[in-house]
Structures are given as structure tokens and as C-alpha cells.
Design a protein around this ligand. Structure first.
Ligand code: ADP
Ligand code: MG
Length: 317
């Protein structure tokens, strides 16, 4: 038995000639909130389905709670919760009826089922809405009910595949608060998302891009080890008006790189030999005299964007 909740070794999945998960290596310790980040189509759902013992790998192996995903799917499934990306509630059933249904699916019956139902209702703040039809719940409340359903058999490890996709920012934050509550109760969470800001909330993260795990670690460590731009460049934030015109102008220069929008400002890498005053002066000659530059530390999004660009450059080299 390993001490890891999840131990993945060179795990791959191919469909015909196309590899959608490529030699993934990863360990997730018990009690972590592991954030599995990556853009759409990068292989997150495929990886999660393999880890749940629902999809056979093409190569490599993995152990979940000490059980092998190829041969011990039957032991894994009762011990994990899995909220799939397009999980479906029964829309014409009430909150309570959905919970009853999923409890019976998980083999939780009798007085234990009633007790557990009350616990998950309280945990997900659904108490009081038992009689409401699932169809009439908002997106955020539907996700909570989905989460509640996946917790009925009290699993130690929960896989959540993009639980915050398509819900509003307040509901997203509330759902994350619930995930923290679960983690502090000792659960291990494996959460996929394509929202980069959610990465900052996780204790560990992995970033998958075009089927390859590009980096994994603690958010702070990643910022320290990968956040420093290549030598000869410094990272700056550019703010002011009109930012769109600045963006277009700056993109045309070779002594600036990776110009990207961050809200109302821009982040870019600036060549060390280029003094900011010189650049400001040039912008003034182009009619832009209301911009500010500031040297900054990278966000995790900067780190992921850097690594993505690096991976693209290597692919095309
Ligand atoms: P993500 O969850 O990160 O958006 P997926 O794991 O769903 O990514 O998909 C990764 C890639 O694998 C996508 O390009 C997708 O089209 C492809 N894919 C997924 N399932 C199948 C399948 N059954 N047959 C062929 N290709 C598939
Ligand atoms: Mg997916």
C-alpha cells in the first residue's frame, strides 16, 4: 500500500493513432486539494475516467487508494466519489428524491441512508430545499446537489470534473468554500478546471497541455521556480489608456514578448537592455502619453502561459 491517494506512472491513452494522454506521472498525497488544470481538449476528463477505473489505459499504470486501476476498478469505485463533467441529476425529481436515488445506487440504505442524507444536505447547505425539483435549481445549486450525490457513500477521495464550469463567480466561490470544508474534514480532492484563477486555491496543481503534463507542484513553488523570465528579460505590467492601442503597438516590437491582457492591464516580458523611459517616450510619439509601467512578480497564469508558449516553441522547433 502506498501513502499516496493517487500514484500515476507513465499513464497513456490513445484512440487509434491519436494520443490524448501521454505518459503522465503524478503523485497526489492524501488530504490534498489537487487542481488539474488545462485548456479544453487537453486530456483532463480522459485521465479522470481512467483513475476512476472506468476507462482502460493504453499504456502505463496507476494506483488509487492503493488499488490498481486496471485490475481493481471494483474496489476503487465504492471508495471514491466522482462528479463527471456532464453528470446528470434527475430533473423531474426533487432534491431529496435525487439523493435517495443515488444513495440506492451506492448501496447506502436504511437508517444509515437517512442519516447520511441529512449530513450531506447540511454540508452542501441544501437543507430546506429538499422538496424543490432539480430542474428549478440554478446552475450553482445543481452543482452542489451533484456534489452531495457523490458524497452519499462517504468516500475518502473525490474526483470533480470541472465542477465550476458555467456557473457564476459567486457560486464558483461558494463551491470552492465547500471543497475546502471537505478537505479540512480529511478528504482528498482531485478537481479539474480550465479557470486559471482557481489554481491559486489548490494545495497542489498539475498543468496538462495537449495531452502532456507540463508541470506539477505547489502554487508558490511553481511561481518561484518557473515564474522568473528567461535571463535578459523582466516581467512588467502596463496600465493606462487606451490599452487596446498600446497592445497593438507593443505586439509589433521585438524587444517585448508575450504581451497578454490581464483585466484592464497588460503583462509582458521586456528586454533588460530596453529602459522603460525609452519605451514610454516611443509610445508618446505614437500618441500614447498616459501609460504606466511596473515591474511585477508572476501570477500562476503567467507561469502557465510561459510554459504553454515554451511547449509550443519546442513542438514547432
Ligand atoms: P478535457 O477534459 O481536458 O477537455 P478530454 O479528456 O475530454 O479533454 O479529451 C482529450 C482529447 O481526447 C480531445 O481531443 C478529445 O476529442 C479526445 N477524445 C476523448 N474521448 C475520445 C474518444 N472516445 N474517441 C476519440 N477521441 C476522444
Ligand atoms: Mg473534460
Amino acid at each position: 500500500m502506498t501513502d499516496y491517494a493517487i500514484d500515476i506512472q507513465a499513464l497513456s491513452k490513445s484512440y487509434g493513432p491519436i494520443t490524448v494522454v501521454n505518459g503522465l506521472n503524478l503523485k497526489v498525497a492524501k488530504g490534498e486539494i489537487f487542481g488539474f488544470l488545462g485548456p479544453n481538449g487537453s486530456g483532463k476528463s480522459t485521465t479522470m475516467r481512467m483513475l476512476c477505473g472506468l476507462l482502460p489505459p493504453s499504456a502505463g499504470d496507476a494506483w488509487v487508494l492503493g488499488y490498481n486501476i486496471r485490475t481493481q476498478g471494483k474496489q476503487i469505485r465504492p471508495r471514491i466519489g466522482y462528479m463527471s463533467q456532464r453528470f446528470s441529476l434527475y430533473e423531474d425529481l426533487s432534491v431529496a428524491e435525487n439523493l435517495d436515488f443515488f444513495a440506492s445506487v451506492y448501496g447506502v440504505t436504511g437508517p444509515a441512508a437517512q442519516k447520511r442524507k441529512q449530513e450531506v444536505l447540511e454540508l452542501t447547505h441544501l437543507s430546506g430545499r429538499e422538496k424543490q425539483l432539480a430542474a428549478f435549481l440554478s446552475g450553482g445549486w445543481k452543482q452542489r446537489l451533484g456534489l452531495a450525490c457523490s458524497l452519499l457513500h462517504n468516500p475518502d477521495l473525490i474526483f470533480l470534473d470541472e465542477p465550476t464550469a458555467g456557473i457564476d463567480p459567486v457560486a464558483r466561490r461558494e463551491l470552492w468554500d465547500l471543497l475546502f470544508a471537505l478537505a479540512s474534514a480529511g478528504k482528498t480532492l482531485f478537481v479539474s478546471t480550465h479557470y486559471m484563477d482557481e489554481a491559486e486555491r489548490c494545495s497542489q496543481i498539475g498543468y496538462i497541455y495537449l495531452s502532456n503534463l507540463i508541470v506539477a507542484g505547489k502554487p508558490g513553488d511553481l511561481k518561484n521556480s518557473h515564474g522568473t523570465p528567461e535571463s535578459g528579460w523582466r516581467r512588467v505590467e502596463i496600465s493606462g489608456e487606451p490599452i487596446m492601442k498600446a497592445y497593438n503597438l507593443l505586439q509589433g516590437r521585438s524587444d517585448l514578448r508575450d504581451v497578454t491582457f490581464f483585466g484592464q492591464s497588460l503583462h509582458a516580458l521586456l528586454e533588460n537592455s530596453l529602459p522603460e523611459v525609452e519605451l514610454l517616450h516611443w509610445l508618446e510619439t505614437q500618441g500614447l502619453n498616459n501609460l504606466q509601467f511596473r515591474q511585477i512578480r508572476p501570477s500562476l497564469e503567467d507561469v502557465f502561459l510561459d510554459l504553454t508558449r515554451l511547449a509550443d516553441r519546442e513542438r514547432h522547433a
